[in-house]
Design a protein around this ligand. Sequence first.
Ligand SMILES: Cc1cc2nc3c(=O)[nH]c(=O)nc-3n(C[C@H](O)[C@H](O)[C@H](O)COP(=O)(O)O)c2cc1C
Length: 353
Amino acid sequence: MRDVLFAPVRLGGIDLANRIVMAPMTRDRAGPGDVPTDAMVEYYAQRASAGLIVTEGVQPSAAGKGYWRTPGIHTPEQVEGWRKVAEAVHARGGRIVMQLMHCGRAVVPANRGFEAEVIAPSALPCPVQVPGPDGTPMDTAMPRALSAGELPALLEEYAAAASNAVAAGMDGVELHCASGYLINQFLNPASNLRTDEFGGSAENRIRFPVMVLKALADAIGGDRVGFRISPGNPYNGMDPSDPQGTFAPFAKAADALGLAFLHVVDMGLDGLDTLAMLRANWSGPIIANNNLKADSARALLEAGRAEAVSFGRAFIANPDLVERIAAGAPLAKADFALLYTGEERGYIDYPPM
Ligand SMILES: Cc1cc2nc3c(=O)[nH]c(=O)nc-3n(C[C@H](O)[C@H](O)[C@H](O)COP(=O)(O)O)c2cc1C
């Protein structure tokens, strides 16, 4: 019988040759101006046998940058850089979507290399430190609370970023709604103390995130827009209690937009079957992630709990992860000291089997 991991699948308007997705991974190797480098082109091209690549988090605006050397998609030079990435992946038969990641309050200003405001739903600093330029954790900046009147401009920034991604040749975008960044800061009651229609009840907290998804869909077509959530993840100061209370209505509201996929970091929560909860509220394709191995990934697909599966860390040292899984070959181990440093070392020098 054919291995379900290698069965083609369609996510909205994006055709995948197999169901193995490369999860988004920040690697801190963008060049001056936060422009993708030739090494990044090579890195993604090496991994093009994935059914789909989700790029590292990419800031839609200068204010969205929180980490050291993360790439952007808001200048012409950045668009040209990403064009080379998309072309190289497509030349090898792959598919690639760009993860749009606005850090909101999770910002160490020294990581930026320029002056820009730090904004968030409420004026509450990220309670945990974030790695600074040399990787040492540093305090984040105090954010300024966004006024409701500023939100339309933010929607325009997101829409422009998605249009830029498509202009660069990307197959679509994934909105980062996970891990305590801007969208998650709106969703979560620990970071959102707003008293207007964007805070308080779950219905209010999901309002801006849904508006962003709608703006992305209006800009490039809903069948090229996915989103990523991590219900119950406490990362970056999120309150992990009652994930269902927020993410069931969020998935349901997003479902009405006809989007391409929902990508979920399944935290393996006690007392909540996250995948089943999402299945009940979302009718589109699900990409499941977190701590998967080939066998557990296959089991999820065979049970119909997800349409695709994503691997993060396994792709670092295994550019040919898809071929290795197909061959039942052992996986190489990554040098985690070189995750965010080392330029080409620990990045594009992992050989195929
Ligand atoms: C080095 C590294 C960087 C990451 N950067 C991002 C990111 O930019 N955006 C995101 O949504 N998740 C990010 N993640 C989380 C991964 O996408 C994934 O959810 C996580 O590694 C769990 O999957 P795995 O068990 O297959 O590694 C990152 C993980 C790692 C290891």
